[in-house]
Design a protein around this ligand. Structure first.
Ligand SMILES: Nc1ncnc2c1ncn2[C@@H]1O[C@H](COP(=O)(O)OP(=O)(O)OP(=O)(O)O)[C@@H](O)[C@H]1O
Length: 770
């Protein structure tokens, strides 16, 4: 996947303007490259994404255009609001070497607390006053009054506005200022936790109150909101969870479903849920209930098929807010790039050497690619000429813990440039200060699900136009920006307008459990915006039945009700419940917490052998589950000592996250009436049998030829090299996940005895025999 360093060193990328090639950044890549010949050229075309002109060089998208095309809508009324934009220049400050060293020292990446020391009330008020000027300069401000009016007059409003125009930070505040929070909180749902946290933090600053009070956030395992919060940013998953205890969401007066274009599985379920709740609340009001208030729904995005949403939400009012704060120039390559990672690397160095100050954001597809890129940037950056400041890579991907993810928001030391390496986790909603340049590789990893054989896949695929626009929108938020698309304009034209909704391509078990737990028994008749496939629904229902979450009639069992209360996927929830019976709750909670991070092991490529050797100390012959447990025990025996972690190649940050998750799962277990201290002592076989109660479908048997064949689907699966059972043969294995990448890999693998299977899930194996 990753191209040779050599090619990156030779490559030079030139850029074009309106079809003509011009020498935008023309420096060679790193200095090492300067000595080598410039043999490979990729040219870029430039477009202006400026105000109403956004991306219309591609001829497909312009806010104004969309507005007029929808004005003929018969299902809904449409409002178009325009506003002017402004641009700004960037100035870079050069410092002496000594100053740089001092600042660099101050900015060193020491671990920081997520919530820094609280500023004084006076300081907060002052900051809010300062931000007020910024607030009224945002394009959305000109539409403030009309937005308030429309939301007050309509039960449901769809708002489409440019990326960075101010939808997510401002609209909740406008609604608050207009009195719409008088009877409940204004909730803003986000598909991603990093966005929920940072938006809440920003809006709390703008409002001038400490985070967690008037403005708060709530994400899984981290709630920084109070009963008094009037604006609450939350993930879509948390909102679904709240539905379990507040079926009519009575604590909310307005629900804003943000980034609706992403169509995550949870957001899609929320669409149907809130639509139903709005109607139920209205029915109760019509029947004279004085204690109930109507629910307002606002759907928002910069890249949305507004008509479709309007139609789904009973002909909701559509508002187009035109205008972006700062222009973003789009540059497409003239030629397709054979290796987007290589091209991204070269482009980053060219920007660094030739363009004005400002940080860079590169969109890559996954953790491995990001970590490889991080190493290469570090390696090349050493050889940059002394006149050029440092280039500092800063990775962000979903498997990182929340505190690590926050690092991307920290300023780079003066005289240096930060290059953020992100998956599409940074694609929507967030403003990363000082980003002026976006490099869009045009690819992402897309999750798929084969319902027939129950296998998930994670494959690199082209993004949609909508994603490309969102990526571009991460620049131009504080000043003018540039977006380098590492694909041609023709390729852009051929992209799908929107990604296929997750509901059509993902495992539906969690969603079905949530629906059933909120009283929707017949999920096939749920008001889906896009229907999931019949086979997908059936397969998930069957699995939930096998997990004993559903009875013979498809109704939620007591076990299912308890499973729905845990903030983990159904198989893990089943393990937790089973652990109560098998008296190993402590161990089950610990292993599930350990599995909640991508890995607790650090494996720097330069010290891979040392790291592997250190890991041997913790390795259990029974596989990864017990290896993880051994590691946690060892970590706790040294009280999480950092030097010990370093010597043993343990990621101490991830370990602390594990402890945090453990604490929360203990609370959930207690709330469910379980004793989280129940332990099986040294008889750890019990723990594996307990996991089998949730993961009996994730099992494979050793074949005479030495390969493993999955029990479900009969696939040949390979143990992932990261597993402690890699290269080992056991008669049967159980795994945490099976993902198709280059082949069918299983990760989180433990050894089993094959006769445990029928004991673990008699319903399932009985069924299979029949
Ligand atoms: N954390 C932050 N730090 C600095 N500026 C911020 C921050 N959050 C928002 N802003 C400023 O406020 C503007 C509006 O941001 P907001 O998130 O409300 O826009 P949006 O229209 O919702 O964008 P998107 O469609 O990309 O989510 C940004 O362009 C930026 O100038």
């Amino acid at each position: 996947m990753f191209s040779s360093i050599q090619s990156a060193k030779r490559k030079v990328i030139t850029f074009g303007d309106d079809g003509e090639q011009v020498s935008r950044p023309t420096a060679t890549a790193p200095t090492k490259a300067a000595a080598t010949e410039s043999s490979s050229f990729a040219s870029f075309k430039k477009h202006n994404a400026n105000n109403n002109d956004t991306q219309n060089t591609n001829g497909k998208f312009s806010v104004q255009e969309k507005a007029s095309s929808t004005s003929s809508s018969t299902t809904s009324s449409t409002t178009v609001v325009s506003s002017t934009s402004s641009t700004s220049d960037e100035t870079g400050q050069r410092l002496s070497k000594k100053q740089k060293r001092q600042l660099q020292h101050q900015n060193d990446s020491r671990p920081r607390k997520l919530i820094n020391k609280e500023p004084t009330t006076e300081a907060m008020t002052l900051k809010a006053k300062e931000l007020k000027k910024h607030r009224i300069s945002l394009p959305i401000y000109t539409a403030r009054d009309i937005i308030i009016k429309e939301v007050k007059e309509n039960p449901c409003v769809v708002i489409v506005g440019e990326t960075g125009s101010g939808k997510t930070t401002q609209i909740p505040q406008y609604l608050l200022e207009s009195g719409l929070a008088a009877h409940g909180t204004i909730s803003v749902t986000q598909p991603r936790r990093v966005a929920a946290i940072n938006l809440a933090r920003r809006v709390a600053e703008e409002v001038g109150t400490p985070l967690g009070q008037k403005v708060g956030y709530s994400i899984r395992f981290d709630d920084s909101s109070s009963k008094d919060s009037l604006i609450k940013y939350m993930t879509d998953g948390i909102m679904l969870r709240e539905l379990l205890s507040d079926r009519l969401l009575l604590r909310y007066s307005v629900i804003i479903l943000d980034e609706a274009h992403e169509r995550t599985l949870r957001t899609d379920i929320l669409f149907g849920m809130v639509k139903g709740i709005q109607k139920q609340r209205q029915d109760l009001i019509d029947r004279g209930r004085k204690d109930i208030q109507p629910l307002k729904i606002v759907i928002m995005s910069a890249t949305l098929d507004a008509e479709k949403f309007s139609e789904y939400f009973y002909g909701a009012k559509i508002m187009y807010i035109s205008g972006r704060q700062f222009p973003v120039k789009i540059l497409n390559t003239v030629e397709p790039q054979s290796d987007y990672v290589d091209s991204a690397l070269v482009t980053a160095f060219q920007i660094h050497q030739c363009e004005a100050p400002g940080d860079i954001l590169i969109f890559l597809t996954g953790q491995e690619e990001i970590e490889n890129m991080e190493k290469l940037i570090e390696e090349y950056a050493i050889d940059l000429p002394p006149t050029v400041g440092k280039l500092i890579p800063c990775p962000i991907f979903a498997a990182q813990d929340t505190i690590t993810q926050q690092k991307i928001f920290e300023p780079a030391p003066h005289g240096t440039r930060k290059v953020i390496l992100a998956t599409n986790i940074a694609e929507t909603s967030i403003t990363i200060p000082n980003i002026r340049y976006v490099i869009d590789t045009g690819c992402h990893k897309s999750r798929g699900y084969n319902a027939k054989i129950g296998i998930e896949s994670l494959l690199v695929e082209p993004i949609s136009k909508s994603s490309a626009r969102q990526r571009m929108g991460r620049a131009g938020r504080e000043a003018a920006g540039l977006c380098f698309r590492l694909y041609t304009e023709d390729s852009f034209d051929q992209l799908e307008e929107d990604a296929i909704p997750e509901i059509k391509r993902c495992n539906l078990e969690s969603a079905i459990l949530s629906l059933k737990a909120t009283g929707i028994d017949d999920v096939t008749r749920f008001d889906f915006m896009d229907r999931p496939s019949k086979s997908g629904l059936l397969r998930s229902l069957e699995h939930l039945y096998a997990l004993e979450a559903l009875d013979d009639e498809g109704k939620l069992t007591d076990i299912g009700t308890k499973m729905a209360a845990f903030p983990v996927d159904p198989p893990y929830a089943k393990v937790l419940l089973q652990s109560d019976k098998m008296e190993c709750t402590k161990e089950a909670i610990e292993i599930i917490s350990l599995l909640s991070v991508d890995t607790i092991f650090a494996a720097p490529s330069s010290k891979r052998e040392e790291a592997n050797e250190a890991r041997q100390k913790f390795t259990s012959l029974d596989g990864d589950h017990l290896t993880l447990l051994n590691t946690l025990r060892a970590y706790e025996s040294v009280k999480g000592d950092r030097d010990w972690c370093r010597e043993n190649f343990i990621n101490s940050r991830h370990m602390r996250h594990v402890l945090d998750v453990r604490k929360q799962l203990i609370q959930f277990a207690e709330r469910s009436g379980m004793d989280p201290k129940k332990t099986c002592g040294h008889d750890l076989e019990i723990v594996l049998k307990c996991f089998l109660a949730g993961f009996f479908q994730n099992t494979a048997l050793l074949q005479p030829d030495g390969t493993y064949k999955s029990i479900l689907g009969g696939l040949t699966v390979s143990v992932h090299p990261s597993s402690s059972l890699f290269g080992k043969k056991r008669e049967a294995i159980m795994y945490d996940e099976l993902v198709f990448t280059t082949k069918h890999f299983v990760r989180g693998v433990s050894a089993l005895e094959s006769n445990w299977l029928s004991q673990a899930a008699p319903k399932y194996f009985g069924q299979r025999r029949a």
